[in-house]
Design a protein around this ligand. Structure first.
Ligand code: C2E
Ligand code: MG
Ligand code: MG
Ligand code: MG
Length: 279
């Protein structure tokens, strides 16, 4: 914001924004170094099928532990990686690591990988995915891609062609964070989604807000009519779980079942959850 500093000149940058810029530069160079060292981890969070109350899929979530700052949120470093042109190689690493992990799980389990819009627009995506499957031996129908709707804003015929090609080899495609941001029903018609993940803001309102319940009911009903799976994100309480069961939601994910865990803990997690009948 421009402000007068008494010298008769306008300062366009307050000192805070200078230091914020410096912080950002520092984080960028740390991120570059972390990537060079492959200093990332993938965590996995289970997704539970409502009907059977068993884990059907695990979502891969990228983790970066910074030597001084501790855990940096992907909401912070993914946009940086996108701007720095690092998201394509990092995303390929995520795909390969996720497929390699899933290849060691029981064959009934799928893995879901988040895709940046930058990756989706990238010409080499389908080939990178095919390579990750080939290298790890994971069957294509055990890999699911999660795409947020911002992607659709940049829709090109190439995006649609890429999604169709990936579906053609057997992958599933999920719309992530449905209802947050620029949700458009037209996108559900235009793109070949298998699944809609209902944003956790709606789950959070269940039990307290009639509106949230009505919206969840409408979305799950629509998914059912369109032959899509509906997954509720951010399920934290038994009350929310019961409401989601009532509203006909097909899958649930959230801290009620488990926080995301390192790959090495997935076995123990599955033993705990699949022995357990929640609700
Ligand atoms: P997302 O794909 O919507 O992932 C769900 C987020 O909700 C995760 O945050 C997860 O830890 C969190 N979560 C799960 N259950 C609960 C719950 O019950 N309560 C609450 N409050 N939160 C819950 P996380 O891991 O911090 O990731 C944030 C976002 O960063 C993801 O949102 C995704 O958009 C992005 N992201 C994460 N990993 C990757 C990646 O490998 N590639 C790309 N492109 N994006 C990623
Ligand atoms: Mg996701
Ligand atoms: Mg989400
Ligand atoms: Mg999200």
């Amino acid at each position: 914001r421009a402000k007068a500093d008494g010298s008769g000149c306008l300062r366009f940058f307050a000192p805070e924004s200078d230091s914020r810029m410096q912080q950002r530069r520092a984080l960028e160079s740390d991120l570059r170094r972390a990537w060079a060292a492959r200093d990332f981890q993938l965590f996995f969070q289970p997704i539970v099928e409502m009907k059977t109350r068993r884990v059907s899929c695990l979502e891969a979530l990228l983790r970066w532990h910074h030597p001084e700052r501790g855990w940096v949120s992907p909401e912070t470093f993914i946009p940086l990686a996108e701007e720095m042109g690092l998201i394509v190689p990092i995303g390929e690493w995520v795909l390969t690591e996720a497929c390699a992990a899933a290849a060691r799980w029981p064959g009934s389990l799928r893995v879901a990988v988040n895709l940046s819009p930058v990756q989706l627009a990238h010409i080499g995506l389908a080939e990178a995915i095919a390579a990750a499957l080939r290298r790890t031996g994971l069957a294509a129908n055990r890999l699911e891609l999660e795409i947020t709707e911002t992607v659709m804003m940049k829709e090109t015929p190439a995006t649609l062609a890429t999604l169709e090609r990936l579906k053609g080899i057997g992958l599933r495609i999920a719309m992530d964070d449905f209802g947050a941001g620029y949700s458009s029903l037209r996108n559900l018609q235009r793109f070949p989604f298998d699944k809609v993940k209902i944003d956790r803001a709606f789950t959070a309102g269940l039990g307290t807000s009639q509106q949230s319940a009505a919206i969840v009911r409408a979305v799950t009903g629509m998914c059912q009519s369109l032959g899509m799976v509906s997954t509720a994100e951010g399920v934290e309480t038994e009350t929310q779980l019961a409401a989601l069961a009532r509203e006909g939601c097909s899958e649930v994910q959230g801290y009620l079942f488990s926080k995301p865990v390192p790959a090495a803990q997935v076995g123990a997690l599955l033993a705990r959850l699949d022995g357990l009948k929640v609700g």
